[in-house]
Write a protein that binds this ligand. Structure first.
Ligand SMILES: [Zn+2]
Length: 165
């Protein structure tokens, strides 16, 4: 188990203080202890302080990361509260803005697939062959997610609805 950083720091500071006292005493007396021995101990204590400083810096960075994640998560909470799940006529589900939505672009739907992964991706209205099975190759409207590339079939009413905005 790692020694408690505060305890280590406190011990290092105590050693430093003791060694400084010894240096002063050594200077003032005829002490036979070589000054270099005292200095070595002083340096060791100071290296320990350096280590502690690095540990604290690391803890600080980890706290910053945690704070950043918290802010991102809170931002997402806000985004989430601005959209409601909406079922389109063909059973396709999208996220539609509610009255509290502050996104300025007017009517838009978000990809439910990306929304689940905490990503806001605006579906693009397309008209063409969506790859729907069992239908003739008629040009049908669909929504395309530019992020996950999912294609969502919609009917002409939904198309009008989305297009009219
Ligand atoms: Zn998507």
């Amino acid at each position: 188990m790692e020694p408690n950083p505060i305890q280590k720091l406190s011990e290092s500071l105590k050693t430093t203080r003791d060694k400084l006292k010894e240096i002063v005493a050594h200077t003032l007396s005829d002490d036979k202890v070589p000054l270099s021995d005292i200095l070595d101990d002083l340096y060791t204590a100071n290296y320990l302080i350096g280590d502690i400083h690095a540990i604290y810096q690391k803890i600080g960075e980890e706290k910053q990361d945690a704070l950043k994640k918290l802010i991102e998560s809170e931002n997402w909470e806000t985004t989430q509260s601005e959209y409601d799940l909406k079922k389109l006529r063909l059973g396709v589900r999208v996220f539609a803005p509610n009255e509290s939505c502050k996104y300025p672009k007017g009517k838009h739907w978000l990809c439910a697939n990306c929304f689940e992964n905490r990503q806001k991706s605006i579906l693009q209205l397309q008209k063409g062959i969506s790859g729907r099975v069992g239908l003739s190759a008629a040009f049908t409207p669909f929504l395309l997610c530019p992020r996950c590339q999912i294609k969502l079939d919609i009917d002409s009413e939904d198309f009008q609805d989305y297009n009219s905005a």
